[in-house]
Design a protein around this ligand. Structure first.
Ligand SMILES: Cc1cc2nc3c(=O)[nH]c(=O)nc-3n(C[C@H](O)[C@H](O)[C@H](O)COP(=O)(O)OP(=O)(O)OC[C@H]3O[C@@H](n4cnc5c(N)ncnc54)[C@H](O)[C@@H]3O)c2cc1C
Length: 592
């Protein structure tokens, strides 16, 4: 397995040359003292050291050893406990947490790069701190001051981790039908009873305490999703002086045996009258949990990117080294009996597809990260509102498109090694298995697509698309003659997106199946158009650079590849979208 190397040059290019994030920070009162370009570069260099040196070396063993369960306790793979301790000591668990509560308060656009490095190093391990970061944000946004002061500083310090307990055996996507109950107690707390399944980090040996955020129903709750409340349930109760008290009545019943992320403990959690406290308003728990889920969704998208980036490193080294067959005459190496894989067109197709999705994905996650920062810190209300709209539109795309393209990329990374990609020795099959879950959890990619097309696009009558279209238009206007072909392609793709959207909106009143039938292809279309916009934007910046570094010429060439080979995929999507929902509903149940 190749060692992991973080893509620092590309991250710095995206952050500073493409998005000019330091200019944003300079006018943001909360960030202007803390952040500038040099600080950001130093943080990313440190993050690279931690992820390359401390986290990545454990990934292979963690996959093989996995977690083990015995008598309600879970043991993580060798090396995880020490790595988590060092990660916590370095302050990395609280990177995004509120500085007033012990966090680093880094802008999202920076933590997105750190998250990519964590996921490329070891997705399984990244989940323990990633979910903690999400839980901190949900508590910071919705919990009482007392809860915040008791829990957040210890979680931000990595002394305790967080979980998100939503799923039940009969209730996955449809959380409205959960059965976990919360009975009010005389002391103002609640007694929670029920079973949650698939709980990431529900039990482990990395920290002394685990803080569960749990969705449950109050006795008089209205039916459906309007009757769900959010509770905080610690594994150990916390005494007034902050020390750990009694063990709470929550325990892991088992761990799942699964396709990938073997180092992550996926637990069945039994709540038997466990003591918990309400977070936020009664019956408003789903909205509060969405704060965490929205944060996690970009993070899960980044898992796709990280897995792809890790796979690319090995695939590229292998393609440069392995000799098989002869290339075209001009590329033949006559000093050897065969040429490297890199001369072959099909290998180049796969490597460049990976590269275009990875660098496009890195730009996309940074674009969303920058908008998240603007939505929170921009000095003017209208800027914050515009950014908020882009975040609402792009979050489901980030989760689904980055994991779909991430999986495709890891499969190419496996294919490039032929049979050696299928066997374990080179490690390529691990990234395929580890990446696969990212399309499923945190709301399946199908559900992300429904959110995009149903709630966001149709729900706003297309209004939410407008800030993205305005950004695209700005870049199209900057493209000179050298990019006229690609600019024309992007304009046509954008027009197709607008026309498809209008077509769907017209059908909504008369076809109740239209959204559910077209959502996935629609999300893919938005993804390809958004990446095309970012590739054109990156190409213009790279071409204008004075640098003679081949990084910039390679960037331009990869942009040409994206427009030549990947953007044309939208023609098939547009055709399928224009065909409507009819062909999906011709079959009666017996016809399947
Ligand atoms: C390894 C792992 C870790 C996980 N970690 C956590 C965790 O930490 N906390 C937690 O609470 N949960 C966790 N989950 C649960 C995960 O989020 C759910 O598996 C996921 O939300 C889907 O729910 P489900 O599996 O019950 O599938 P279902 O909800 O039964 O869905 C089955 C299929 O039907 C589709 N579908 C469902 N409803 C609709 C609809 N209305 N329209 C169209 N299609 C639909 C889905 O997209 C899917 O393809 C984890 C799961 C796994 C496997």
């Amino acid at each position: 397995m190749s060692d992991y190397k973080a893509s620092l040059q590309d991250m710095n290019f995206v952050l500073h040359e493409v998005f000019g994030v330091a200019d944003d920070w300079a006018v943001m009162p909360e960030l202007q003292e803390m952040m500038d370009a040099d600080t950001a570069t130093a943080i990313l260099e440190e993050a690279a050291k931690v992820t390359e040196g401390l986290i990545a070396p454990n990934a292979r063993n963690a996959d093989e050893q996995g977690v083990s369960y015995r008598d309600a306790t879970v043991t993580t793979p060798d090396g995880y406990k020490e790595a988590f301790r060092q990660l916590a000591e370095g302050g990395w668990v609280g990177v995004t947490a509120n500085p007033e509560l012990g966090g680093m308060g880094l802008p999202k656009v920076i933590s997105a790069q750190y998250e990519e490095m964590m996921c490329a190093a070891d997705i399984s391990f990244s989940l323990y701190s990633g979910l903690t970061a999400g839980a901190i944000i949900a508590l910071d946004s919705h919990a009482s001051d007392e809860i915040k002061q008791t829990y957040i500083p210890r979680m931000a310090a990595g002394e305790w981790t967080g979980t998100m307990c939503l799923t039940e055996p009969h209730a996955g996507t449809d959380l409205g039908i959960i059965r976990t109950k919360a009975e009010p107690q005389a002391d103002g707390s609640f007694a929670l009873s029920g079973t949650k399944i698939f709980i990431t980090g529900g039990e482990h040996d990395l920290t002394d305490n685990i803080i569960h955020l749990v969705l449950a129903k109050l006795p008089d709750a209205p039916a459906g999703s309007k009757g769900i409340s959010l509770f905080i349930v610690p594994k150990f109760l916390v005494n007034e002086d902050g020390s750990l008290g009694e063990r709470n009545a929550v325990a892991a019943g088992s761990v799942e045996h699964k396709m990938g992320i073997h180092g992550s403990a996926t637990c069945v959690m039994n709540f038997d009258g466990a003591k918990g406290w309400l977070v936020g308003e009664p019956n408003r728990g789903l909205a509060a949990m969405f704060t965490m889920m929205n944060y996690e969704r970009l993070g899960v998208g980044i898992q796709g990117l990280g897995a792809a980036a890790r796979s690319y490193g090995t695939a590229l080294d292998y393609a440069k080294d392995r000799r098989q067959g002869r290339g075209a005459k001009a590329t033949q190496d006559t000093s050897a009996s065969a040429d490297t894989l890199l001369v072959h067109g099909d290998i180049r197709r796969m490597l460049l597809t990976m590269k275009a999705f990875i660098e496009g994905g890195r730009a996309f996650s940074s674009y969303v990260g920058q908008q998240l920062d603007r939505a929170k810190y921009a000095p003017h209300a209208e800027e914050r509102e515009a950014a908020d709209k882009l975040v609402a539109l792009l979050t489901p795309v980030a989760k689904a498109f980055m994991t779909d393209t991430g999986l495709e990329a890891t499969i190419h990374g496996q294919q490039i090694l032929g049979g050696h990609g299928y066997v374990r020795e080179w490690g390529q099959e691990q990234w395929v298995r580890d990446c696969r879950i990212a399309q499923i959890y945190e709301g399946t990619n199908g559900i992300q697509a429904l959110d995009l097309l149903g709630r966001k696009v149709a729900g706003s009558r297309g209004e939410l698309l407008k800030p993205l279209l305005a950004d695209i238009e700005k870049t199209l206007n900057e493209a000179g003659d050298n990019w006229s072909k690609e600019a024309a392609q992007l304009r046509a793709a954008t027009e197709a997106l607008v026309s498809v959207t209008e077509g769907i909106l017209k059908q909504v009143p008369t076809d109740e199946n239209i959204i559910n039938s077209l959502a996935v292809e629609y999300l893919q279309l938005v993804g390809y158009v958004a990446y095309a916009y970012l590739w054109l934007r990156m190409a213009l910046v790279a071409e204008a650079s004075d640098s003679t570094d081949s990084f910039y010429t390679a960037k331009v060439k990869t942009a040409r590849f994206y427009f030549a080979k990947l953007l044309p995929r939208i023609d098939g999507l547009v055709g399928a979208l224009e065909s409507g929902s009819e062909s999906l509903y011709l079959h009666d149940e017996d016809d399947f």
